[in-house]
Design a protein. Sequence first.
Length: 387
Amino acid sequence: MGYQVFAVPCADYAGAEAALRKAVADMGGMERFVRLGERILLKANLLRPAPPESAICTHPAVIGAIAAMVQEAGGTAWIADSPGGALQKESVLRGLYEKTGVAQAAQQTGAQLCLDASSRLVDLPEGKVLRQAEIISPVLDADGIFDLCKMKTHVFMGMTGAVKNSFGIIPGLTKVGFHGSHPDKAQFAQVLLDLIGFMNPRLSVMDGILAMEGEGPGASGTPRPVGLLLLADNPLALDVIAGEIMGLPRSSNPILLAAEARGLSPTRWEEIELVGTKLEDLRIPDYKFPANVRGNLMEFLGPLTNTAQRLCKNLLSQTPRIREDLCVGCAICKNACPGKAITMTGSGGKAKVHPRSCIRCYCCHELCPQKAVDLHRGWLGKLLSGG
């Protein structure tokens, strides 16, 4: 099977619709992905209620453009996600769509906003580590799914893209249990591969017009203008190319390592035809990654025994710390913590992290809207990572 990723330069969101229309036309037209009368779910990356300029969520201009094309092809476009660290309920979803600008995009295109806060336990017959999972109902009720992801760094998984976006089909706070039961990066990557296999998106689109670098994927990340849209009918292929463009070391990309171990393809850029430009013209030599990725510590841990690896990970990995000057006591971090390592017992009822219970999934850092969670590395980690 041949794998293709379509790359379209796009300097700003004013040109997003024209760029996406060109790319979809080059892929064979929207009719290739949508049949008359179908309900197509646009699964965006809406991590939390954040404005478009923060680069935390898929931009509404990208979502709106795809929605318009779905409608024109005779389908009905539905927009959905389940924000991390929040209860899955209608009021939360309304606030999410309003704050991210998605509500306006839906109004302009005639797309529907999914306000169904229900979920159902379903079997994952092809799952390797997940045999059952609670999935949000809009996913289960759709005829087809489009994966509208964002180009971002991720303090736990290195990067977030099309495969990682599948975690949003798990309802709100239910996500916490997955981090608790699969705290290791390699284990969590297997969870994501099972979810993306179940989701089976017909089309994946990555918003890299305004991407994110640094300590992503939440408020602590830094917006980075990249000026690029990527499209593919295979989410793994999309992530392979995105990782190469960003310069993410393969040893720091657990999803690709897990996919390769499963015998999935593609996991290397040489297996993929990049349509529209050359990869060397897209590579970004100075893309900034989280500190744990910059250190590339897995190369150091690789030869060690399992016991030594666990000991070194405790010494080398970053530990969340609360900045009391920024903490507002909202308890988002506490509610999202799978290890129950956070209590609201700091001064003035602010958050406090108990390191011995912390499993280092960094959900607190990812979801804190106040940038009040710092990631602290010990002396050995600083030494080996060069900082």
